[in-house]
Design a protein around this ligand. Sequence first.
Ligand code: DGJ
Length: 732
Amino acid sequence: MRNLTSVFFVAAVSSAAAAQLHVSTPATSMLLDATPGERVEFVYYGPALSETDIPSIMAVEKHVDAYPVYGMDAWNPYAFAATHADGSMSSDMRVESSSQQTGEDGSVLTRVHLKDTLYPFFIDLCYLTRTDSDIIEMWTEVSHGERKPVRLTEYASAYLPIRRGDVWLCHLNGAWGNEGNLNQEKLLPGIKTIRNIDGVRNSQNAHSEVMFSLDGKPDERKGRVIGAALCYGGNYDLSVNTDASAWHRFTAGIDSDNSAYDLEKGETFVTPVLALTYSEKGTSGVSRNFHRWGRKYRMSHGDRERLVLLNSWEGIYFDVNEPVVNEMMADVAEMGGELFVLDDGWFGDKYPRTGDKTGLGDWVIDRNKLPNGITDLLKSADEKGLKFGIWIEPEMVSLYSSLYEKHPDWIIQAKGREPVYGRGGTQLVLDLGNPEVQEHVFGVFDRLMTEYPAINYIKWDANMPVKNHGSHYHDAKSQSRLFIDYHRGFENVCRRIRDKYPDVTVQACASGGGRANWGIMPYFDEFWVSDNTDPLQRVYMQWGTSYFFPAIAMAQHISASPCHATHRATPMKYRIDVAMSGRLGLEMQPKHMTPFEKQLCKDAIAAYKKIRPVVQLGDQYRLHSPYDGDGVAALMYVDEPRDKAVFFWYKTQDFHNHHYPRVTMDGLDPEKMYRVTELNRIDNAPLDCEGKTFSGAWLMANGIDLPYRHQVDVDMMSDYSSRVLFLETVEL
Ligand code: DGJ
């Protein structure tokens, strides 16, 4: 795991007096005008520019404010606002200097240092680029030397003017069990705001990532698209203001409502990163940029293949007990699984966790359920050739818990008001802004890992929002720091955990997909996409989520039929094929599977191990969107040398004698020949294409004609149909 702070910058490559700043990545350029004494101006963002073009572009293109601040142009949208020590709400920031420094790894940090014309008040606009990524990481640093604190009331990470035209916005929204839905809408005059104020889980409803398609209705494969991801685990506000100007004015940052921040003299307020990218290969092209950058720079173990696991939740819920857990472990080992994860329900002594009303906070083994403790489970897992993982929800506490009895003042709660409960009518959020609470949360993880060093995987859950704004820890003046300090506290804990336990795999779960965000991913290996494991709905949710996150980060599990969330019955083959397009796992009681289903899973796990490097580390090409509504979804992964690929095809609607679109492939080498093998086959006869070889050129121009139904015995017929094709180059 690396992040920007680990880069050591060595050489300044441009002088402090430079006016023109070229922020460049291999395929993109951003031009800024940082003339000393003037406001910093944005000139261009798009495909890479040649140095010879830049002078004319700088002379001719419109220059607009690159980071508008509130005060001297108060009627216009702004990215930043502050109340100075003397009560003035006006700022006027001018360029004092700028620099570009190259790090030892070749990354370049561009910094524009702004100073207010009246006050010792400073804003640094920062832009970090790397040699091998088309992402620009943008953030802002604010500091001052005024005699009293300056109150920050708006503090966007970045601002980007986007030329008006037929510009469409893509963004994700949803709800519990329905996360990651894709929305695409044309930007019209007015303000479009994407916002989250949950306090804890910031991707359950809205997401802090967007794309702008510049050439009309978004296309997965073509067209100019800008992508932007705010890397922050807390509340956010992403707004596009389309006013009378020639621009869609995009601002992105922490949501500042109810979060005014009093900045002390000498303190630096650093905003989260906004990761910006651009592609001419449609929305799928922007996704690939995010995926590659994320795997390399912004997530834990982005280069390490994930294990195939069985998670106990949907299989046994709170009914944890030793014989059942042992049986589940034996079953998953038999199917070729590599890891068993014991979910909720294993802990609590005075208040055992028998349901969702008790026990959170008391992270001790429930000896009634597990008389021989975790030591025995670890031993048993090891004997079966499995790794072992365990669930915790350390940021939370139950009303019925010893922890709450001992520390009632650790919860988030307005002084003098009643607690407001969440899950189970008893759950409360701990105030992570409080260093003692941080110590407790770190201790939960640390004690487990110290006592049981063989634990390989932690599922870290968080199941309620901040409801009752208030902190016992903060004084009367600092109550508006609650949300920001919560996430600073969370990050402190995560950082400490990663310093001490760099190897353990950690999943971010928050009532399902509530923590799918690049802000937390430097500390987490993956996230749970949703508590809804219905494969049909998952096709849509996974599609949307993949706009910004790579397959290696997306936990996708095969579950029981009918699905516990939707009660829809689906064939095992369809459930397997949908789960296999990400990080594969199981989420069910294997003893309820038929021998046929077990065999299918066993074969699928074996097949997955073969394609795992391609799915988890390859490039994703989304080919045909389920959101187009014509009954088919298809995507594929291609490895870096373009020697291996995996093609996934799902029917999403079934109509008799209907014609479904034929899907063409992408990302292959047109010159290479690929042999096709179907994985997870259930048909009585192989597909016509089985074992045949095709050129990449043919596959990308024509694809493969696929039957709409499976050729199976009548008792196995269903309205679902899916295919997984493995493509491997052959020398002819
Ligand atoms: C919510 C999670 O999303 C589920 O996967 C499961 O871990 C439960 N919490 C356990 O309470």
